[in-house]
Design a protein around this ligand. Structure first.
Ligand code: SF4
Length: 396
């Protein structure tokens, strides 16, 4: 694990002189934020954590010039489903009920070009299992010209050759899912014997290839949070020789979780933020907890304004966890759909899905994603919280 030197980090930041035009309060906020992490040097990429592009990348420069210097910029992050197929069958999967014709490679590439023109500088590939898209290396190559590209995978079907192809295509970061430190528990949640070994093998393959920032997507169940098991989980993950833990609590994405809304409390979220800061100060591994990056103290919820999710069939949603649809890119342009969606999503400080699972329960009629009509009916009832700190500074 190679730590970037202070000189290299300073040099990377100074290489974007437009930063000096960003308002001082925003720059101060960002400096304080960066100081909470140890920057890693992975194959020459200087990485704070994988929500953000490498500090010395073209994508980071676009973050500064197209977003920090603008108050009406479009989306910055997009997650795209590359397939609905997946050999695993996770209990909490947000994608398993989705049906329909999936986008072909030409449509995905066209979509990414349009999103880049709108401001996107970070692209995450998800699924289903995105490695099952036979064109994933070609799609990655197209995406990575001026964006940071991250892959979310179970590890199923990864081969050393495919990992090399992805690296050569420009993949900068990968997160392999591991839901538990116990093999039996992980396989049970995934309802796939061998899932644990598959994930560990995938991590080894990526390590052997080198040059890719390697993380684990770790989802804390309600049970784990109540038993304060995050430390035990992270202790295990630290033995794997990875760069980052992409940490989240289980989000209420599926109907089974709406009836007994079991979302994280503010006290529990704060505890996990404190835990993140402690681990990152120690610097042996980067902990990147969603509730920290997207908390009220930092950037808040990005759903629908900075974040866009396009599922494998082309449905556009504010966030990968939300089974809503504002339209389909096979029928209308992404720009038109995004513009309508963004009007309904002021930037706010709380996680939209954690706050609004009762409304999902009320307006969901068995179809995933929900129809545009049900989505709009739900939005009419949403009450948003004030902005998070970053956007208060940015827009003031
Ligand atoms: S709804 Fe929650 S998970 Fe989705 S972008 Fe907002 S904060 Fe993140």
């Amino acid at each position: 694990m190679k730590r970037a030197s202070t000189f290299d980090v300073a040099w990377a930041l100074l290489a974007v002189p437009q930063s000096l035009l960003v308002r001082p309060s925003t720059n101060w906020f960002l400096t304080q934020y960066i100081r909470k992490f140890r920057v890693m040097d992975v194959g020459g990429n200087l990485i704070l954590h994988s929500h953000l592009p490498p500090l010395n990348s073209k994508a980071y420069k676009r973050f500064v010039t197209e977003h920090l210097l603008s108050k009406d910029a479009g989306p910055s992050h997009v997650q795209i489903g590359l397939t609905n197929a997946c050999p695993q069958n996770c209990e909490y999967c947000y994608s398993k009920d989705k049906k329909g014709k999936v986008m072909d490679t030409g449509r995905i590439i066209d979509l990414m070009r349009n999103l880049k023109q709108m401001g996107v500088f970070w692209i995450g590939f998800t699924g289903g299992e995105p490695l099952l898209n036979k064109d994933i290396a070609r799609i990655t190559e197209e995406a990575s010209t001026d964006c940071a590209v991250k892959l979310f995978t179970t590890g199923c079907t990864l081969t050393p050759q495919l990992a090399r192809d992805l690296k050569n295509a420009g993949l900068y970061s990968v997160s392999v899912s591991l839901d538990h430190w116990n093999e039996t528990e992980h396989d049970a949640v995934r309802r796939y014997p061998g899932a644990f070994k598959t994930a560990l093998r995938a991590l080894e393959i990526f390590k052997e290839v080198g040059g890719i920032h390697i993380g684990v997507s770790a989802v804390l169940s309600r049970h784990m949070i109540q038993r304060h098991q995050a430390d035990e989980y992270l202790g295990f993950l630290m033995t794997l020789g990875i760069h980052e833990v992409w940490l989240s609590e289980a989000k209420p994405s599926i109907p089974d979780m709406w009836q007994h809304a079991s979302v994280i409390s503010e006290e529990e979220r704060t505890e996990l933020c404190t835990l993140q800061d402690r681990y990152n100060k120690e610097g042996r591994i980067t902990v990147n907890y969603l509730g920290h990056f997207e908390g009220k103290e930092h950037f808040g919820c990005a759903a629908g304004h900075k974040m866009v999710y396009v599922d494998a069939c082309g449905n556009v949603s504010p966030c990968v966890f939300l089974p809503m649809s504002f339209g389909n890119v096979n029928e209308r342009s992404i720009r038109e759909i995004y513009t309508a969606m963004k009007k309904r999503f002021p930037t706010e400080s709380r996680c939209f899905i954690n706050e609004n699972s009762p409304l999902l329960h009320k307006h969901y009629h068995g179809q995933s994603p929900m129809s545009e009509q049900d989505t709009v009916a739900l939005m009419e009832e949403v009450r948003f919280a004030p902005m998070a700190r970053f956007f208060k500074l940015h827009y003031s």
